[in-house]
Write a protein that binds this ligand. Structure first.
Ligand code: ZN
Length: 159
């Protein structure tokens, strides 16, 4: 394991042990539940919007270290961003965990880069993307239950 991989591992473990924004939210504008039946990950996501901006975001749930740390990292990163910025980030994050984001671009992902190694473990992609799919659905559709069960296999061409 390289030093960088060890650092990424530590970020994931830290967010799993002490997930950020791990709480229920009163008076949320959006609430959504997501589940990944393949692994048993479940989470509820709450959002508060101020115009076109995500002013507050929180989650609670149970699941593996990847799903929990991904939700923690996602909420930390997205809070304060506009909906447009959030959607762009969703696409880049999804590209990263499915191996489509060039390695050189990974550094631009900030702490989210810690989850880049997931692209080598296709079974874990759904764990890492669960919170993001819930977020996207909450912003686009106003919130409904989402499941990553029917998501297609990750595409690795162009990696
Ligand atoms: Zn999982």
């Amino acid at each position: 394991m390289t030093n960088l991989e060890a650092l990424y591992q530590e970020v994931i473990l830290d967010h799993n042990r002490k997930p950020r924004n791990f709480r229920e939210m009163e008076n949320a504008d959006r609430r959504i539940e997501g589940r990944n039946p393949l692994c048993g990950d479940e989470l509820t996501l709450w959002l508060k919007l101020d115009g076109n901006r995500v002013s507050d975001i929180s989650f609670k749930g149970t699941g593996c270290a990847v799903s929990k740390s991904s939700a923690s990292l996602m909420t930390s990163t997205v809070k304060g961003k506009t909906v447009d910025e959030t959607m762009t980030l969703f696409d880049r994050f999804h590209d990263m965990i499915t191996g489509k984001l060039p390695e050189a671009d990974r550094a631009s992902m900030g702490s989210l880069a810690a989850l880049g190694g997931v692209s080598r473990f296709p079974i874990r992609v759904k764990c890492a993307s669960l919170a993001w799919h819930a977020l996207k659905s909450a912003l686009e559709d106003g919130g409904d239950n989402v499941s990553t069960e029917h998501e297609g296999p990750p595409q690795t061409e162009g990696a």
